[in-house]
Design a protein around this ligand. Sequence first.
Ligand code: NAG
Ligand code: NAG
Ligand code: NAG
Ligand code: NAG
Length: 357
Amino acid sequence: MTAKPLGTALSLLFLALPGVLGVPTISCRNEEGAAVDWFVFYKLPKRQGKDGGETGLGYLYMDPSTRSWRRSEKLMNTNRSALGWTLQQLYEAYPSKSNNTAYVMYNDGIPKSSNYSRKYGHTKGLLLWNRVQGFWLIHSIPGFPPIPEEGYDYPSTGRWNGQNGICITFKYSQYEAIDSQLLVSNPNIYSCSIPATFHQELVHIPQLCSKSSSLKVPGRQLTTLQSAQGQNFLHFAKSDSFLDDIFVAWMAQQLKTHLLAETWRRKRQELPSNCSLAYHVYNIKAIKTARQSYFSSYQDHAKWCVSRKGTRNRWTCIGDLNRSPYQAFRSGGFICTQNRHIYQAFQKLVLYYEDCN
Ligand SMILES: *[C@@H]1O[C@H](CO)[C@@H](O)[C@H](O)[C@H]1NC(C)=O
Ligand SMILES: *[C@@H]1O[C@H](CO)[C@@H](O)[C@H](O)[C@H]1NC(C)=O
Ligand SMILES: *[C@@H]1O[C@H](CO)[C@@H](O)[C@H](O)[C@H]1NC(C)=O
Ligand SMILES: *[C@@H]1O[C@H](CO)[C@@H](O)[C@H](O)[C@H]1NC(C)=O
C-alpha cells in the first residue's frame, strides 16, 4: 500500500527537480540559455545593408518575456544564439545515446546534399523530447540543422534570404497529437532516434523514422496543441492529396479571417492575392524591420501569415508552404496562435501588400 504514494512522491520530485535528478528539462532556450515556453525568430536577408549586416546571419528574436521583436546581438551560426542553445540540448545528449530521449530532424533540403525529392513534404523542423517534455522547432531554413554527429552550425543555404521559425515547448502529453500531424505532413526525416519506450503512444513517428510508413494518410488534419505554459496553438497539416492552396482553400476560411501572407515569391511561380472566397488572402510584397530597413518578398524565404488589420480574429501562423501553384502538390503545415504579442510583432513587419484587382 505504500508503493503507490511513494511512486507518486518520487515522480513529483522528478518533475520538480528534473535537472538535479538526471532527467534534463528539454525546452526551447532563450538567448541566455534559459528555458522559455516559446520563441520566434526572423533571420534577416543578407543584402539589407544597415540592419541585416553584411553577413546574412543577423536576426530578430522574440519570446514571452520580450513581448516584441528584439534585434539579437548574436549571429545565427553561434551556439550562443537561441537556436544554438536550444539545439545544443540534442548535440550534447547525443553521444550518450540515452534510451529516454528521442529526436527527429526533417527537411526537404537535407544538409550538405544536393539531392532533392518531391516525394516528401515541403516541411522543415526538429523535435527533441523525453517522457516529461520537449520542443518542436518549425522553420524555413534549407539544409538545417546539421546531423547530431556534426554539432551546431548554420548553413550557407540559409544566408542570402530571410528565414523564420518558431520553437514551442510541449509536455509529453501533446506528442500523440504531434505524431498524427507529422504523418499528414510526411516529413523527409534525415536523422532520428525513437527508443522503444515511446513506440506505444507514438505510432507514426517511428515508422516515418524508419521510412516504412505505408499507412493511409488523411488529406488534411487540424489539431489543437497547448504549450507547456498553456499557450494555445492550432496546427494545420495537409497531405499531397489536398490539391489546393492551403492559405485560401483552408486556413483563411477555417480561421475566419482575412490573411496577409508572406512567403517566398519567385517570378512565374506566384499565386495572386485571392478574394474569391468569404475570407481573403493577400500577398505581402515588402517587409519593414525598422524605420529605414525594408526588404522585398523576393528575398524572403520565410513562410508566415497574419490577420489583416481591423479583422475580428487576430491570428498569426508560421509554417512550411509558399503561395505557389506548385505547392498544392506538396504536403506541409502551419502552426497558428492568437497570442497578441506575436500578432502585433508580425503585423508591424508588413510594409505593403497586393490588393485583389
Ligand atoms: C559551444 O560550442 C563549444 C565548442 O563545441 C562548447 O565548448 C560550448 O559549450 C558551446 N556553448 C553552448 C552555449 O552550448
Ligand atoms: C537501451 O536499451 C537497450 C535495449 O533495451 C539496452 O540494450 C541498452 O543497454 C540501453 N542503453 C542504456 C544507455 O540504457
Ligand atoms: C543522394 O542520392 C544518391 C543517389 O540516389 C545516394 O546514393 C546518396 O546517398 C544521396 N546522398 C544523400 C546525402 O542522401
Ligand atoms: C482563389 O483560390 C481558390 C482556392 O484555391 C480558387 O479556387 C480560385 O480559383 C482562386 N481565385 C482566383 C481569382 O485566383
